[in-house]
Design a protein around this ligand. Sequence first.
Ligand SMILES: NC(=O)c1ccc[n+]([C@@H]2O[C@H](COP(=O)([O-])OP(=O)(O)OC[C@H]3O[C@@H](n4cnc5c(N)ncnc54)[C@H](O)[C@@H]3O)[C@@H](O)[C@H]2O)c1
Length: 453
Amino acid sequence: MVSSSAVVNGVRASLVRLAELIQSKRAVVGVIGLGYVGLPLVRAFAAGGFRCLGFDVDQSKIDKLEAGESYIRHIDSAALAQLISEERFEATADMRRLVEADCIVICVPTPLNDSRDPDLSFIEGTAQTIAKTLRPGQLIVLESTTHPTTTRTNVLPILEATGLKCGDDYFLAFSPEREDPGNPLFQASTIPKVVGGFNEESTDLACSLYGHAVVKVIRVSSLEVAEACKILENTYRAVNIALVNELKVLYDKLGIDVWEVIDAAKTKPFGFQAFYPGPGLGGHCIPIDPFYLTWLARKHGEQTRFIELAGEVNAHMPLYVVNRLAEFLNEQRKPINGSRIAILGVAYKKDVDDPRESPSFELLKLLRARGAVLSYNDPHVPVLPTMRHYPDLPAMNSEDLTPAYLGSQDCIVIATDHSAYDFDFIVTHAKFVLDTRNATRDVRRGREKIRKA
Ligand SMILES: NC(=O)c1ccc[n+]([C@@H]2O[C@H](COP(=O)([O-])OP(=O)(O)OC[C@H]3O[C@@H](n4cnc5c(N)ncnc54)[C@H](O)[C@@H]3O)[C@@H](O)[C@H]2O)c1
């Protein structure tokens, strides 16, 4: 992909050499941050023929990986072990080894801080670490989701402080991760990737690298377009989920099942894409990333009203679910106080083991404040993790879904519709079920025990 004219025109040897290394797949790819995004990416690069070095500050993760053990449910341990035994992948916490990597991909967290502003400390810290061993002929790609201008404003100055020149000595690009954990239809290598570089050469190199590892590369004109693209994708989801959550509340009052409405609407062959309501937004991305843009907009004297309204509607959903539960228990002459309530699913979405930002924690908090006797089940989360924003939740282990346990609960709240659940079995043995995901749509027996929320 790197044009030969660039060589003839006297571009530095570092560019020519790196382009050749990538083209021949002899480039070593370093991935920093071996989490839900970094680990699948290692797999994609290794499958594309590159030797990968994985970096993480969490030594326990490195130890597991070196033992050929995956800590992410949908990443197969056997496949990882094979990559390690074939010396196509090595995991390390020794950041000095970044000098060995020709291409460095950054996949570290981008959370919000306590005042819900972007926390770029992981990105900046990583840039500082890279700067320590930065050498001519390296390509740095940021993949962490962030607001437009981050790569140029927060990463570039740290790398430039080394005295090396971006786009000349080393190269810089942004390529947003689009991982959808738990989705069996897509993995890192089968999802098209958007790439924007600091200059033409950086974009060429990054497009060439990803071209070997993913199904399709979409080249865009700048770092900022690539950054903005990712935030658009996540904001689009947040806003549309808020819309169906709002309609759920209204339609429910009117006695209309919003899920049936959406199923009918999605038969329109154009102009409509189905989004589904739920107990609130979860995960590392959708509840967080749009607020990076809100923060940036405020800095520029602009507002992002859609984003803020969507955040408001989605954040209200756990309380709506609790109010529906109160009504449901009231029909049975029971208060929430003292009732046994079981939450099914504390992962933020179906078939994953990731509890980050899961609305189940807000449900647990609200129900605990109202005196409910709480327990939970999640086949993928055996122990309730300690969450920074929920310090008062008691320690709990996932309960087995036996007939006796189900029957002992005043209500079962379905918060996450894992495929492992047998909803016929659950409804048969439960006294009452509050379904926030339409998970019981195919249950025939015992429908009188089910309410939706
Ligand atoms: N999880 C998703 O589905 C998803 C999808 C698209 C984009 N993203 C974005 O990708 C980025 C990473 O998300 P994730 O879900 O993989 O997070 P994660 O928490 O699963 O993984 C991040 C990893 O980075 C490590 N880490 C933290 N600081 C480090 C440092 N200074 N040096 C090296 N390693 C460090 C952590 O130990 C952790 O293993 C975020 O910006 C996120 O918004 C996530």
